[in-house]
Design a protein around this ligand. Structure first.
Ligand code: NOJ
Ligand code: CA
Length: 650
């Protein structure tokens, strides 16, 4: 029914509170589009919106505006752990209620939020007569950005999920789907990252050029070739466009978190964790996951690692390969994994008892190898089994090209996968278990609602060392993958010249990772004897560095080249600084003006003048100095190197 406030044409501008970001909403000839400006520079040209739905007319045509509503929101959000304790949630929101002018007269809402550093919007579809259960054929959201925009991309739909090296190209080259966050630099110099927030019950958004050569959402399909089966009411994840004037400023963007709901329950029991683990010994071939002469997960080894954790001053021990099912090539045999049955040489009860006496947290392990039916059958008992033994942390894994469920093969980042991971997170929350998910779906800020999801992998980590990682990789992460949240990079490997896994790093750089790559669960990934026997004075930094910060200040960097960041400890006035570079050395003049008044004692771990990731990785200088906020530090970073600094307030 037409009413007097119905509009057939709209051309509205929504400005951010500081007026630097503008989103334009256009309704013309029954179709809606949006455009984005930063400092009045056009970033995203008018881009269409809408859906194709099976058995229905496309949604997004013949529209009229029934009503719109605008509001201003100002809030400071507190996060229980992470890179910052407080983040701003300041935006101007417009909600547009659209209806089709013709039969079937469906309605939906487009909700738009304009932040000082981002634009976000989502579709909200209420239930309506004969329109309640729908199957999405395609989401038509476009991001019409110039084709000569620089793009730093990793491919989607590949067997190794998100574990690829970043490649610098242009939007013109995005002929095949790429993952988000997709980081871009427009010809007029604006840094942009396209991503999504609050991904629930829907396929993850990838991006590729459509037939009109416009970048468009490509929702990860299910095995039945549809994009998502949904029950109305439904709201899509937020489509998020982060904006900045420099690469380093882009890394401060935390809008993704405030687009998520507040915590779903009481999470006061959640604690971030630093841990070592029965792990790298398997990668360098000393131990095995499977039982046998060199089995890693024995009761004896676990107790040794618990003792080492106490001596090293870390709070947790991960144990991989303790359960039945790792025999043979475990990548093929995941169907056999039994998550409540230990191998004969491993006594979880005894290990847990010992850990409790020594005040060490056990990090349990569930490698599903993507056999989801096998896992889902056992998951409830498996979580109960751990919870009963005081195990409150689980590292889970999905090392397979796709997930297997009832004979179907589904992408990890499909609607099916998204829902599976969510089930594990919610079940873990019920049992007071924290998760570190490997081979996960990408982060979309749901850690705000589910803070027991302490970290995830979701990018190439140090397990790819030994040939498949170059020093530039970790210099891409802060500008790309880490915009999606923390990552378990498995930092702190000191045995750099190991003949099985030779790392492309210097020693000081391994410390820098504990600051440059945030993770709510931070692994010191090497074997403890390497730390204790060879580098006890270097390990000091890892023992000191916190896993939760009150404030993060990115200081300098460029995508894929270098990155320097300072973070203040959550529980003290101490600061930590980390810096890394690609294969080129750098001299840095570090201003300490972010510190407060007073004197600090600086412990500096930096590359020596002769250090080099290729032929002199152990060249490290450890120095102590007193500094104040008026001082600058002159630092050298070797090729493939890095530095780490602890600033203790005196
Ligand atoms: C791949 C994970 O990334 C790694 O950390 C783990 O050790 C193996 N899968 C086995 O679960
Ligand atoms: Ca992995």
């Amino acid at each position: 029914m037409l009413s007097w406030f119905t509009k057939n044409e709209v051309n509205e501008e929504i400005y951010s509170q500081d007026k630097n970001v503008k989103c334009q909403i256009i309704l013309d000839s029954g179709r809606i589009s949006y455009a984005v400006y930063k400092n009045e520079k056009l970033v995203i040209k008018p881009s269409s919106l809408g859906f194709l739905i099976y058995g229905e007319k496309p949604l997004g045509e013949n529209l009229k505006l029934i009503r719109s509503q605008r509001k201003k929101h100002q809030e400071i959000v507190e996060l229980p752990w992470g890179e910052n304790k407080y983040i701003d949630n300041n935006y101007v929101e417009s909600a547009y209620y659209f209806a089709e002018k013709k039969y079937p007269n469906r309605i939906f809402t487009l909700r738009v939020r304009v932040f000082n550093n981002a634009v976000a919007f989502r579709y909200e579809i209420p239930p309506q007569p004969k329109f309640s259960q729908i199957t999405i054929k395609d989401e038509l959201t476009e991001f019409n950005i110039p084709l000569n925009t620089v793009a730093w991309k990793i491919p989607a739909y590949q067997p190794d999920r998100y574990e690829y090296n970043y490649e610098k190209s242009t939007v013109y080259d995005i002929k095949k789907s790429v993952h988000t966050p997709l980081t871009l630099k427009t010809p007029n110099g604006v840094y942009v990252a396209i991503h999504e927030a609050a991904l629930y019950n829907y396929g993850a958004m990838t991006l590729k050029l459509n037939e009109k050569n416009i970048l468009k959402s490509d929702i990860t399909p299910l095995s039945d070739n549809t994009k998502a089966h949904i029950q109305l009411p439904f709201q899509t994840p937020w489509r998020l466009i982060m904006l900045a004037d420099s690469a380093i400023e882009l890394t401060t963007n935390q809008v993704m978190y405030v687009l998520n709901d507040p915590p779903a329950q009481d999470f006061s029991w959640v604690k971030t964790l630093k841990f070592i683990g029965i792990w790298w010994a398997m990668y360098v071939g000393e131990w095995t996951w499977a039982p046998g002469d060199r089995h890693g997960a024995t009761t004896e080894h676990a107790k040794e690692y618990i003792d080492a954790a106490v001596r090293l001053g870390v709070s947790g021990v991960l144990i991989e390969g303790w359960n039945d099912g790792w025999e043979g090539d475990w990548l093929d045999n995941g169907i056999n994994n039994k998550f409540t049955v230990a191998t004969p040489d491993f006594d979880l009860e005894e290990v847990a008892r010992y850990a409790k006496i020594r005040d060490i947290e056990i990090v349990g392990h569930h490698e599903t190898v993507g056999f989801i039916d096998n896992y889902e059958k056992q998951i409830e008992q498996a979580y109960n089994y751990y919870a009963a033994k005081n195990v409150h942390y689980i590292k889970s894994g999905y090392a397979s090209s796709k997930m297997l469920i009832n004979g179907r093969r589904e992408y990890h980042h499909s609607q099916f996968g998204v829902n599976h991971y969510q089930r594990t997170i919610e079940l873990a929350a019920k049992k007071h278990i924290c998760l570190d998910i490997h081979e996960p779906i990408k982060g979309t800020g749901i850690e705000r609602t589910w803070p027991n999801l302490l970290t995830r992998e979701g990018a190439r980590g140090q397990e790819y060392e030994g040939g498949a990682l170059s020093p530039s990789h970790a210099c891409y992460l802060p500008y790309t993958r880490l915009l999606a949240g923390g990552m378990d990079y498995t930092s702190g490997i000191f045995d750099i010249e190991n003949s099985v896994k030779r790392l492309a790093t210097t020693l000081a750089r391994q410390l820098a990772y504990f600051v440059t790559i945030y993770s709510g669960m931070q692994m010191a990934a090497d074997r403890p004897f390497i730390y204790e026997k060879r580098f006890p004075d270097v390990f000091r930094f890892i023992a000191d560095v916190p896993t939760s910060f009150s404030k993060t200040i990115p200081l300098a960097g460029e995508v894929g080249e270098y990155y320097i960041v300072a973070r203040q400890d959550r529980d003290s006035n101490d600061w930590y600084i980390g810096g890394i570079t690609d294969e080129f050395s750098r001299r840095i003049n570090l201003h300490l003006d972010f510190l407060s008044e007073g004197t600090y004692e600086a412990d500096i771990y930096s590359d020596s003048d002769e250090a080099h990731y290729r032929d002199n990785p152990f060249g490290i200088l450890i120095t102590k100095k007193r500094v104040e906020r008026t001082n600058t530090l002159d630092l050298y970073i070797a090729p493939g190197g890095g530095f780490a600094i602890k600033l203790k307030k005196l």
